[in-house]
Design a binder for this molecule. Structure first.
Ligand code: 0A1
Ligand code: ZN
Length: 900
């Protein structure tokens, strides 16, 4: 048999539109795949049972394919007439009528040449697949779209010594030896699934296995597969999986539907992890965790990502997306579920609030920026050129907020009823965001959601972050307080005019002394409660509260009840009351952030470059928080964390990143100095966290101790005192866990203390063989504060380090993205050299891995808001990338939007 290598012609960068959706002309009911695995040339035999879709107009069968070598096509065992058009395999003269026919396609591909990490590839001698969103077409010709669902039977054949473990979705039904030292395994997945959920893994792996008996009394085998040296780092992932299974049973009545559930870790992965049916494939970053190598944050991330992928089994796999515009149907809902899971795992109310604050911080720093930039898109986009560019914080995090608002509007029990109805109606189907919202509303016919559903769904169709302005007016004679709320939604690309949204605003009112006040609206006969949710639906609305003997302090948008920017001009006194007394921990934290932001923005807007002294009152209020014995350490740590530079940039029309950095650093330094005595006390009380446990409470203590050490090291570096830097250095040497060790190292690096170099060298020496720790080492250096432009040369130098490679996404992200995305003052240089570096790296990465390159390309999204000379340099760098004619469509889409 000869390989008939047919190269796909350059595919046009066509825009895909949601309104063009049409059902597939054919269904593929069964797929039998046989792989002869060889890194240089893998043979794939694909036997499908195909039938016409009676509901679709008659058309030829056009199968997607990419980078495949086609050897043979048979229809019902006979040679078939076919052609290749734009990379697609087009078959005509197919059997007439509704009868299924057998289509057999034989292709080969080259996994070891696959640097895209999409389709079938090798990583450190092991085969992996990544098929979401459109990677399956790189494995075989197929209708590679999520509404085509099939039952898969997969036979893997490979050399037994090199690939002792052969895995695919579902259940292992057969295995055995073949000639020439080869062996095989046959897997059958009883559930119909779209091609993006297909997976295989083959290599030298070991597993941590555990059998569990689920609520239904059935036994399930859970396995975490890793490379041999990593086995002892899998305990936390396994425990997280067990916890996730139990949680989904309790909270949503959803059980594990497979006899076997496997997680496999790979160090070469474009994203976090992938929910392939029964065979999740994970970035090692979200599986491996040990006290010695992982921080508390890493432990928490493992729990949340293991949960996320597991929860996809129902929200994503059992019910999947009709088309990729519906991506948030599975992602927004699954993020909502993993957030709730992490909160429930965290335990106390305070720990729940801490998780909520962290989630909101991410949303506000990253998603709000996306919504305000050239890539702004609705939670359900209308068009795309490259779907991989739409795995965004808008689809994930804003999508989760939309689900959370539904949850708020129908209540916890109502939401559960809605989920039950969603599964009852749509299990086994590929559906839309409309179907989901309809199910939640239909299960709660008397809810505000049901009443407002068409308007509520604007959250799916309108991009941009709504801005809610709140003003309060107290009437002493009438003893009333009138809250006026207005909403505006800024224009976004392709959407000039917006309609008002449904915005749930959870609120409470506080007396000046801090007591919660009963909430009675005009016209109501009695006070309802101390907290309630107003639903804003108009561009402007007023709500009058009665029986108020004094002007109240409003606590609005509690728990961040809607993803909006809230504009309210509270004075220092009101912020102080909220920070000290609000029963809602989120708004307590928010008061500290509002206050800090106000101080920072005032300084930024002042003409002077002098450092304004921080108001005593602010320092005093923070001191009170730090001394409050009733507050958890994790919460204190968040209160003492200033708004990020990128969040501050969001608040400005014209951005000078260096100035923002300088002013924020200055406030930080003042907090270090003015609260030095407290930081010392905190260090004394929190630095010994005892035997290591990654739970929320002990993590919070370590985080606060780390903050104290950072503050003390910063202050000591300024004054020339040697004690605290010495303690930090010591802790780098002998900490008993990575959190404490890394916090100490980071204290030295962030203070740019002379001991940092030595500490970094030691750290590298200690963790030479630990890839994930080396990522931290690279990233920390890329994010160090810039001194006279020294970070860019450092980053260039680190790219020459023997441990650096652009080919590994984690490594590239830690150093390069660390610099371009997490170190604004070092990246935005007045000479534009940071942007030139960025352009070089975007192009270098694009040749290897367009998905990763396109992520990097987004680092200049906000270039139009930059002050000069940054802006001109940024534009030149963007133009230089745009002028390349060999760009991937991934990068091209991002750059074109940025320049549009
Ligand atoms: N569905 C996965 C994310 C994911 C998306 C695309 C990938 O490759 C391009 C890989 C993973 C999740 O939400 O976890
Ligand atoms: Zn997901």
């Amino acid at each position: 048999m000869t390989d008939n290598t047919l190269l796909a012609p350059e595919t046009a960068d066509a825009t895909v539109r949601r309104e063009d959706y049409a059902p597939p002309p054919f269904w593929i009911d069964d797929v039998a795949l046989t792989f002869d695995l060889d890194p240089a040339k893998t043979r794939v035999l694909n036997r499908m049972r195909v039938r016409r879709n009676p509901a679709a107009p008659e058309q030829p069968l056009r199968l997607d394919g990419e980078d495949l070598n086609l050897a043979r096509v048979l229809v019902n065992g006979q040679g078939a007439s076919f052609k290749l058009e734009d990379g697609k395999l087009v078959l005509s003269n197919l059997p007439e009528g509704q009868e299924p026919f057998e289509l057999e396609i034989f292709t080969t591909c080259q996994p070891d040449k696959n640097t895209l990490l999409s389709g079938l590839y090798t990583s450190q001698g092991t085969f992996f697949t990544q098929c979401e969103a459109e990677g399956f077409r790189r494995i075989t010709y197929f209708l590679d779209r999520p509404d085509v669902m099939s039952v898969y039977t997969v036979t893997l054949r490979a050399d037994k010594a090199a690939y002792p473990v052969l895995l695919s979705n579902g259940n292992l039904i057969e295995q055995g030896d073949l000639e020439d030292g080869r062996h095989y395994a046959k897997w059958h997945d009883p559930f119909r699934k779209p091609s993006y959920l297909f997976a295989l893994v083959a290599g030298k792996l070991v597993a941590r296995s555990q059998k569990i008996i689920a609520r239904d009394g059935k036994e399930h085998l859970l396995q975490i597969y890793v490379r041999p040296g990593d086995l002892e780092k899998t305990e936390h992932a396994l425990q997280s999986l067990i916890a996730a299974i139990a949680w989904d049973e309790t909270r949503f009545g959803l059980h594990l539907d497979l006899e076997r559930f496997m997680i496999v870790a790979t160090s070469d992965f474009n994203m976090g992890a992938m929910e392939n049916k029964g065979l999740n494939i994970f970035n090692t970053k979200f599986v491996l965790a040990s006290q010695a190598t992982a921080t508390d944050q890493d432990f928490a991330n493992v729990e949340s990502v293991v949960g996320h992928e597991y929860f996809h089994n129902w929200t994503g796999n059992r019910i999947t997306c009709r088309d990729w515009f519906q991506l948030s149907l599975k992602e927004g809902l699954t993020v909502f579920r993993d957030q709730e899971f992490s909160m429930d795992m965290a335990g106390s109310d305070s720990a729940r609030a801490v998780k909520r604050i962290e989630d909101v911080r991410l949303l506000r720093t990253v998603q709000f920026a996306e919504d305000a930039g050239p890539m702004a898109h609705p939670v359900r986009p209308d068009s795309y050129k490259e779907i991989n560019n739409f795995y965004t914080v808008t689809i994930y995090e804003k999508g989760a907020e939309v689900v959370r608002m539904m949850h708020t509007l129908v209540g916890e029990a109502g939401f559960r009823k809605g989920m039950d109805l969603y599964f009852e109606r749509h299990d086994g189907q590929a559906v839309t965001c409309d179907d989901f919202a309809q199910a939640i509303a239909d299960a709660n016919p008397d809810s505000e959601l049901a009443r407002l559903l068409p308007q509520f769904k604007r959250w799916y169709s309108q991009a941009g972050t709504p801005r809610v302005q709140a003003t309060g007016l107290y009437d002493e004679t009438a003893q009333t307080w009138t809250l006026r709320l207005t909403q505006t939604i800024p224009p976004t690309p392709g959407q000039a005019d917006k309609q008002p949204m449904v915005i749930p605003i959870k609120l409470g009112l506080l007396a000046p002394g801090g007591q919660a006040l009963p909430l009675q609206l005009q016209g109501e006969t009695e006070a309802a409660a101390l907290e309630r949710t107003l639903v804003l639906t108009q561009a402007e609305q007023t709500f009058t509260f009665v029986n108020l003997a004094q002007p109240p302090v409003p606590s609005l948008l509690r728990g961040f009840s809607a993803p909006v920017v809230l504009d309210q001009q509270l004075d220092g006194t009101a912020l102080e009351v909220l920070l000290e007394h609000d029963s809602d921990p989120f708004n307590r934290w928010e008061a500290s952030q509002q206050w800090a932001q106000r101080i920072l923005l005032q300084t930024l807007q002042a003409d002077t470059t002098d450092a304004t002294p921080v108001p005593e009152r602010f320092i005093a209020a923070l001191r009170k928080v730090l001394q409050d014995p009733t507050l958890d350490a994790a919460f204190k740590n968040l209160v003492l964390t200033l708004p990020s530079e990128s969040y501050l940039a969001e608040q400005l029309e014209c951005v000078d990143p260096q100035r923002i950095h300088a002013i924020r650093q200055n406030l930080q330094a003042q907090l270090a100095q003015a609260l030095q005595d407290i930081w010392q006390l905190i260090w004394q009380e929190h630095s010994d966290t005892g035997a290591y446990q990654p739970d929320a409470f002990s993590s919070g203590r370590r985080a606060l101790a780390g903050k104290a050490l950072a503050m003390l090291t910063l202050e000591a570096t300024r004054t020339g005192d040697a004690i605290w830097p010495g303690k930090a250095y010591q802790r780098c040497k002998d900490a008993s866990n990575m959190t404490d060790r890394f916090n100490a190292l980071s204290a030295l690096v962030q203070a740019r203390h002379p001991l940092a170099e030595q500490a970094l060298a030691r750290f590298h020496q200690m963790f030479k063989g630990e890839a994930l720790v080396l990522d931290k080492w690279f990233q920390l250096q890329a994010t160090a504060p810039d001194l006279d432009g020294d970070i860019l040369p450092k980053v260039r130098q680190l790219m020459q380090h023997p441990d650096f490679t652009l080919k590994n996404p984690n490594r590239a992200r830690s150093l390069i993205f660390g610099y371009t995305n997490a170190n604004p003052a070092a990246f935005h240089r007045t000479d534009g050299a940071g942007y030139q570096f960025w352009a070089d790296q975007v192009m270098a990465l694009d040749a290897l891995n367009p998905q990763v390159a396109a992520r990097l390309a987004r680092a200049l999204d906000a270039w139009r808001k930059l002050a000069e000379p940054y802006k001109a340099h940024a534009e030149a760098a963007l133009q230089r990338v745009a002028a390349q004619d060999k760009l991937s469509k991934d990068v091209r889409e991002i750059i074109e939007k940025a320049l549009a």
